[in-house]
Design a protein around this ligand. Structure first.
Ligand code: ADP
Length: 372
């Protein structure tokens, strides 16, 4: 049965708001996205009002879920802060899209304004200047490498434009809710995993408006029962546009890892990624060169088909740590696409060793910064 936006609207019309009118009359509703029975919308209110709207958000989500044919519904509270308005009180509801201005050079880190995520030691981002460089594959194998070092690790797939973690992990189930209606991450390979792809379809990406991006990601960070983690790895959306910048500003990041391929173009994009994190005072933990060289699966011969070492030189030039080179290899692609990443499927193989060595460097840098 296909669900229409109008059916959702009709159901939301029964939800009353603190303004004394129905939710659909209160001029706070975003577009309603409906894909394959999955519904997503946001409620945009002033940050100062956010606390009193949490019950409306929950009621709206329940109303949407009650529409026949709806399999999942996610309502996000997007708290816009008016210019000059006072900082809202911290509550269980994160003031999601409170856009903070980028600090001037040398200003206090915007991160210092962010509350940590209860139970989570540190959050790091894995980013790339453009898509298709193997960012998600690297993020997942890096998370597994960190797990192998004895850390309790979570993975948040925040790549809202093309969530690939469901495919890379073979996870098909939906997260359950705990008693306080927080989503419980899926446990797989010893990791706690959450992806927007568990809630929307990988095949039918949704069109995201600016505030919805932040709101959805904030919910996945804060309305998730992460438990006790040493480290949460966030697989960022590719690119360095507004969505990424807002994210980098709003997520309490302790560091960022940039994934690049050796080609010049990708490196130019990687430079933009570096500049973006520098702008919001997030320390860059280093650059990983993915698809660095081709390792023939038959004879083991190495060919530098894209030219090799570009990322290492670039890292040196920019005085950013170089974390390592990952070969272009069939086993990495095949294992990822089969839902069991290579660090899991071949834990004693050469690739797992490379990812673990990179994970070791990431851990050491976070430790040196007293982040974990
Ligand atoms: P991104 O997140 O940057 O869009 P993905 O991680 O989804 O990229 O990777 C894109 C494709 O490249 C996938 O099919 C993946 O299996 C493959 N891939 C990634 N890294 C490697 C590698 N080192 N060797 C071979 N294939 C790889």
């Amino acid at each position: 049965m296909s669900v229409t936006q109008q059916q959702i609207r009709d159901s939301l019309a029964k939800v009353m708001t603190p303004r004394g009118v129905a939710l659909t009359q209160a001029e706070v509703l975003s577009e309603i996205a409906v894909t394959d029975g999955k519904v997503y919308f946001s409620i945009n209110v002033d940050a100062a009002e956010a606390r009193s709207w949490e019950s409306v958000r929950a009621a709206a989500e329940a109303a949407a879920r009650a529409v026949p044919g709806v399999t999942s519904a996610l309502a996000a509270l997007t708290a816009e802060r008016r210019p000059g308005a006072a900082q809202p009180p911290r509550s269980g509801v994160a003031p999601a899209a409170a856009h903070r201005p980028a600090p001037a050079g040398g200003a206090q880190s915007p991160m210092s304004k962010q509350s940590d995520i209860p139970g989570v030691g540190a959050v790091i981002a894995v980013a790339s200047g453009k898509g298709g460089v193997g960012k998600s594959t690297t993020a997942l194998n890096l998370a597994l490498g960190l797990r192998d070092l004895g850390l309790r690790v979570g993975l948040l797939d925040a790549d809202i434009y093309g969530p690939s973690v469901p495919r890379l992990t073979g996870i098909q189930e939906k997260p359950q809710l705990d008693d306080s209606r927080r989503m419980i991450p899926i446990r797989r390979f010893g990791l706690s995993i959450m992806s927007i792809g568990f809630l929307v379809d990988e095949e039918a990406p949704m069109i995201w408006r600016g505030p919805m991006v932040m709101s959805a990601i904030t919910q996945m960070l804060r309305d998730v029962d992460w438990g006790q983690l040493d480290l949460l790895v966030v697989d960022m959306p590719p690119g360095t546009g507004d969505a990424q910048l807002t994210l980098a500003q709003n997520v309490p990041l302790k560091g960022a890892v940039i994934v690049s391929t050796p080609q010049d173009l990708a490196l130019i994009d990687a430079r933009r990624g570096l500049a973006m994190f520098t702008k919001v005072n997030v320390p860059v933990l280093g650059i990983i060169e993915n698809m660095s060289y081709f390792l023939c699966p038959e004879c083991g011969t190495r060919s530098d088909i894209f030219g090799h070492g570009g990322a290492r030189h670039e890292a040196e030039r920019l005085a950013v740590p170089f974390l390592g080179e990952i070969p272009l290899h069939m086993d990495i692609r095949a294992s990822s696409d089969a839902g069991t990443p290579v660090v899991e499927s071949e834990p004693n193989g050469p690739h797992a060793e490379i990812y673990r060595a990179i994970a070791g460097q990431v851990r050491d840098r976070l430790k040196a910064a007293a982040a974990i």
